[in-house]
Design a protein around this ligand. Structure first.
Ligand code: XMP
Length: 316
């Protein structure tokens, strides 16, 4: 079978010879792929700048956790707090594809502003990303979503042989195995995938600070309960999102007129298809109670029982 340790040594040697004395820049998100990439570059001993962009669309305490994780692994990262720029650019925009474009373009702007000129760029592109991008390029009509690993700037660097994608032959489970072999701890490797456009795709329509704050609180409660009940590692992905529709309810002795949150938990092999998870009623009940008690602005909690297809994992 697949010998991950041999493969790892081969990869590290390859990186060393390909990069040589050049400086490599890479973006890190705290997710599995970019973390494994950054640690690989460190192990290869090449000159690296790892850049973490805080786009203001992260989960509760996420920026601090990512910084702490990299510190723990001995990888230096540069944080760019660009929340303001992203949220200003998104202000008032409600169209899903336009939101994605704004975020994608802003990421590139912020990232390259921070980088300046790059001798080389490393990306944590996986095999499924390569396949999806290829099919997107072939038929414009079949573009389901805008992929950020293949924007013009990157294609240009690629043509000059300046793009390094050491994970491009791997599937997610292989990346996790590689990460383990690199000594990355399980709590980092088992993190659920999180989309590049962040909470924006869990906040249908217009995004603003108030909505993001509500999502962060609901999500932290739900994820906390999943961990408490030992379900976090059993699901591919889980989150709480916002349904910005107001409905009538009662809180205390008063009429409430507030939004709803949707909880979603799915299992999947590769995110192309997904099944919703039959979570224990007790877990759902306690999550709902805490959200309804603690989160201002929410008076209704729904559980999403849609498979993919036809529903996608995210709401936008
Ligand atoms: P959907 O919502 O299409 O998502 O079922 C499939 C998987 O991909 C993640 N996702 C993204 N990841 N950039 C990413 O890096 C994106 O723009 C993006 N959109 C969706 C999503 O979280 C799920 O795991």
């Amino acid at each position: 079978p697949f010998k991950i340790d041999d493969f790892k040594r081969e990869m590290i040697d390859n990186i060393r010879t390909t990069v040589g004395e050049r400086q490599v820049v890479c973006g890190v998100s705290g997710g599995v792929d970019s973390t494994v990439l950054a640690v690989l570059l460190k192990e290869a001993g090449v000159k690296t700048r790892a850049i973490f962009v805080d786009n203001g669309l992260l989960r509760k305490n996420e920026a601090a956790e990512v910084q702490a994780n990299f510190k723990r692994m001995g990888v230096d990262i540069e944080t760019v707090d660009a929340s303001e720029r992203f949220l200003n650019a998104l202000a008032g925009e409600g169209d899903p594809e336009k939101k994605r474009k704004i975020i994608g373009n802003m990421f590139i702007e912020v990232f390259w502003d921070a980088v300046g000129d790059a001798e080389m760029l490393a990306q944590g592109t996986l095999y499924p990303d390569v396949i999806e991008s290829a099919s997107n390029a072939k038929s414009k009509a079949s573009v389901i979503k805008t992929h950020h690993n293949r924007v013009p700037k990157i294609l240009e660097l690629q043509a000059q042989g300046k793009v390094l994608e050491p994970l491009a032959e791997l599937f997610k489970d292989e990346v996790r195995a590689l990460g383990r072999s690199l000594g990355i701890e399980d709590d980092i490797l088992q993190r659920h995938p999180f989309p590049g456009p962040g909470l924006s795709v869990r906040c249908p329509g217009v995004v603003d600070r108030e909505r993001l704050e509500i999502i962060r609180e609901c999500d932290a409660i739900f994820i906390g309960k999943l961990k408490e009940y030992g379900w976090y590692d059993k699901v591919w992905q889980a989150y709480a999102g916002l349904i910005p529709v107001k409905t009538v309810g009662v809180k205390g002795d008063e009429r409430s007129y507030e939004w709803a949150t949707n909880l979603r938990a799915v299992v999947s092999e590769d995110a192309m298809t997904a099944e919703w998870v039959d979570l224990p009623a007790k877990l759902l009940r306690e999550t709902s109670q805490r959200i309804l008690n603690d989160v201002k602005g929410i008076n209704r909690v729904l559980y999403d029982i849609s498979t993919k297809p036809p529903a996608s994992i995210e709401w936008e």
